[in-house]
Write a protein that binds this ligand. Structure first.
Ligand code: GAL
Length: 821
């Protein structure tokens, strides 16, 4: 045997490993009609799931449900502010462990799309920028500025290096097939002039130099420098064309719903219109569709952007905030994915021809090698249905605003407006509704601030985030005023001009009042106050509710009482401007400093227990112990009765709350007409209710035995009706066309206990109000009962043969079912 030195062995081993890695490597290329993954021409369905908007424990289930829903890929941004909260101090722990997230995506057999940004928008605080960036000398964000570019490059490189280290790029055998730099810069580029143009070129060069081995994308960047692929975001992208004819047409953000703001109604986008948008996109040569969001999740802590993004980021996504299936959307899109995938080979290889049939009806035929065909038949008319005769290829009924997918151009396999999937009516349940929590309370200590004592002084009114670096929502502005002539000043008006978002005022240690900005922008606070002879102390507490995340110069939008003016107006309009007084500042609340929300606060805190707690009292901390609700269904806490503040469970922030802000009483409707272009005002719910009443408490935050809820109540409220509930399917319904599959399922171990309604025939109405039509199979109910009762889910092929139907010529039938879980 030939003797070899140890270094030679090492070389051989390394060489073999390298060979192994490259044989696992996945090659990702593209042309105008396909993403080409290891030589296979693919169409891709993808969905956005932002890892910090759920918990590590939730990730596997959400990812699995995405896979079951027919997705090929999962997309996420990375969130710079969370990963580098202090310059060069990084955090990738817990639900910030994006490497773990993408590994789980890979383990589930899915691809991934990495949107580095690092500006992300995303209704995320300050668009994902860490606040320390804002205060760097000479910096200008998102433009050709060397200080900013240097930081952006360092962070981007750090992320890319971590991904490479974990072998997560497809070029290394990992799941990541595409990466994105910047985000929708094209939308706001005009505001940056030539510097914007050179910045975007620099972004492209910087990205390419990262050498990741998979294509880079830039969304909404009509002038994307090559080889960047520009992609489309919106509700519809069927008319979009990338700026390079060789680039695939990709829809990076198909807004499947919309986000909610405090004070606003809850937006919904129908399953029918969502499917219509996707089908139109693939009809017109689309290659990749990414749902924004597939799971929206929760804005824990203070990650919500602003101003005024709610804690729930449900988005009406196919998976709801808690990770439940949002039905029928999830199921309808699943069926759509399967239908389009039937044509994948022909769509990615074939030639396309469009035939306009009049009245907004278009037939698109893709013809592959050997003549195999795949068709889309669309009716973009927003109110007229169409009957289309394709002669030897069949006759089709095409509801308004719908697309039919025709396998082989002769067989209807899907119509975007014909929903066969189950509708789930979600319910909130209490284990024992009579349980009342026992509250302890503590006032927010203000001994120092009401006496004007802060820890920073300045002869001006400072911009809030510049001083706080957003370490807290709260900043105290305090000054004193010497009054000699009480005949002018004893009854004065305090006038504060603030950039928002909320303001509490105290004069001589007394609470004077509160106001918040209706739209999250500049407002004026005015209040009669009484001043005394001698020194008077004015203490103003300003709070932000999420920093802006979108628009040209969003980062420069001021917050707090920046510059004021703050004035006192005395008798005969004599005005005293306090703006250049000596102001003392204090960042944050004393309760935050003492960590009252922690189970083991560092400094001892005296909670008042065994006494009645104050109600409607601003600046109050409340605490109660509770038992975790039984079972595995997601948990929420109902905060009705409270004002505005922040909530924690066992020391974990569950986000800001503001149930006292009631939404407009008009603009909602029970019925949602899916037809016609979607706008966010359409199909709203929750009129005249608290903008958000229930707050997600992830199961992993809970202990089996004792748990503690802590609330900081800023504006005053009453916690007596606070209760913990679980969210699950209550009623499930389906209205299934003959020939399609009835699929019903409950969740959390529940079974179908009762069939409330079943009619195979021509039933009318919708879930909750189904009625028998002019004919039905007499055994409708018993057939469905036999198939479904006692089961957690059931499947049933809906055919005439399955029922006893009297007479042969009853026309096309449908099955309506309503059941209880
Ligand atoms: C887009 C942006 C996303 C998100 C979306 C609205 O403009 O790229 O990050 O903010 O709007 O939900």
């Amino acid at each position: 045997m030939l003797a070899m030195g140890s270094s030679a062995w090492v070389e051989i081993i390394l060489f073999s490993l390298a060979a192994l890695c490259s044989c696992f490597a996945t090659e990702v290329t593209y042309d105008a009609n396909a993403l080409i993954i290891n030589g296979e021409r693919r169409l891709i369905f993808s969905g956005s799931i932002h890892y910090p908007r759920s918990t590590v424990e939730m990730w596997p289930d959400i990812i699995q449900k995405a896979r079951d829903g027919g997705l090929d890929a999962i997309e996420s941004y990375v969130f710079w502010d969370r990963h580098e909260p202090v310059r060069r101090e990084y955090d990738f722990s817990g639900n910030l462990d994006f490497i773990k997230f993408f590994k789980l995506v890979q383990e589930a057999g899915l691809y991934a799309i990495l949107r580095i940004g690092p500006y992300v928008c995303a209704e995320w605080n300050y668009g994902g920028f860490p606040l320390w960036l804002h205060n760097m000398p000479g910096i200008e964000l998102r433009t050709d500025n060397s200080v900013y570019k240097n930081e952006m490059q360092i962070f981007t490189t750090k992320i890319v290096d971590m991904v490479k280290e974990a072998n997560l790029f497809a070029s290394q055998g990992g799941p990541i097939i595409l990466a994105q730099i910047e985000n929708e810069y094209g939308n706001i580029m005009w505001g940056y002039g030539d510097a914007g143009k050179s910045y975007i070129k620099w972004c492209a060069q910087m990205a390419v130099a990262q050498n990741i081995g998979v294509p880079w994308i830039m969304c909404q960047q009509h002038d994307a420098p090559q080889p960047m692929i520009n992609t489309c975001n919106g509700y519809y992208c069927d008319n979009f064309q990338p700026n390079n004819p060789k680039s695939p047409k990709m829809f990076t953000e198909n807004w499947i719903g919309w986000f909610q703001k405090w004070g606003e109604r809850v937006p919904h986008r129908s399953a029918e219109d969502s499917a219509f948008s996707v089908a139109r996109f693939f009809q017109n040569g689309g290659v990749l569709n990414n749902y924004y969001m597939y799971h929206g999740g929760t804005n824990f802590g203070r990650i919500a952007g602003g101003p005024y993004i709610t804690t729930s980021y449900d988005y009406d996504a196919p998976l709801d905030e808690y990770g439940n299936l949002n039905q029928p959307k999830w199921g309808h899109l699943k069926q759509l994915h399967a239908a389009i995938k039937l044509g994948e080979k022909i769509l990615t290889n074939g030639t396309r021809s469009d035939k306009y049939l009049g009245n907004a009806v278009t037939l698109t035929t893709y013809t592959g090698d050997g003549g195999a065909r795949f068709c889309f038949l669309s009716n973009t008319n927003s109110n007229a249905d169409a009957s289309v005769n394709l002669k030897q290829d069949g006759k089709y009924f095409l509801p308004a605003w719908s697309v039919t997918i025709l396998d082989g151009c002769t067989k209807e396999v899907f119509n975007t407006a014909k929903v066969n999937s189950q509708t789930s009516v979600m319910v909130k349940k209490s284990d024992d509704p009579s349980v009342k929590l026992t509250w302890a309370w503590a006032p927010e200590r203000k001994k120092d601030t009401l006496r004007g004592k802060g820890n920073v002084d300045a002869n001006q009114l400072l911009e809030q985030k510049e001083l706080t670096l957003d370490a807290s929502d709260y900043l105290w502005y305090m000054t004193s005023v010497d009054i000699n002539d009480t005949s002018i000043w004893s009854n004065a008006t305090l006038c504060v001009d603030t950039m928002g978002h909320t303001l509490h005022t105290y004069v001589n240690r007394r609470y004077a009042g509160y106001k918040f900005s209706q739209w999250g922008s500049k407002f004026t606070y005015e209040k009669q106050v009484s001043l005394k002879q001698g020194t008077n102390i004015i203490a103003l507490l300003s709070a932000t509710v999420g920093l802006p995340n979108y628009g040209t110069g969003f980062d420069k939008i001021k917050t707090g009482i920046a510059g004021g003016p703050v004035q006192l107006i005395g008798k005969n309009n004599v005005t005293m401007d306090l703006s250049t007084n000596l102001w003392s500042y204090k960042i944050g609340l004393n309760g935050e400093r003492k960590r009252l929300y922690d189970l083991q606060p560092q400094i001892s805190v005296s909670w008042h227990a065994n006494s009645s707690y104050p109600i409607s009292k601003p600046m109050t901390w409340y605490k109660a112990d509770f038992e975790a609700p039984y079972g595995t269904n997601p948990v929420v806490v109902d905060l009705q009765g409270l004002g505005k503040g922040h909530a924690w469970v066992n020391g974990h922030s569950i986000g800001r709350y503001w149930p006292s802000w009631i939404t407009a009483s008009n603009g909602c409707s029970d019925t949602c007409d899916y037809r016609g272009k979607y706008v966010t005002e359409k199909c709203n719910t929750n009129c005249g209710n608290p903008s958000q009443r229930w707050y997600h408490v992830p199961r992993s935050f809970l202990n089996k035995d004792k748990n503690t809820l802590v609330l900081f109540e800023e504006t005053g409220g009453n916690p007596q009706n606070v209760s913990f509930q679980t969210v699950t399917t209550g009623t499930v319904c389906a209205l299934v066309y003959e020939g399609a599959l009835l699929e019903l399922s409950c969740q959390g171990g529940q079974v179908i206990s009762q069939i409330q309604f079943a009619s195979f025939g021509n039933p009318k109405g919708k879930c909750g109000s189904f009625e028998q039509g002019s004919w039905e199979a007499i055994d409708s109910r018993s057939v469905i009962e036999a198939a479904c009762i006692g089961r957690s889910s059931c499947e049933f092929l809906v055919t005439k043969e399955a029922f006893s139907v009297a007479g042969a010529n009853n026309g096309p039938a449908r099955l309506a079912v309503q059941a209880t879980c």
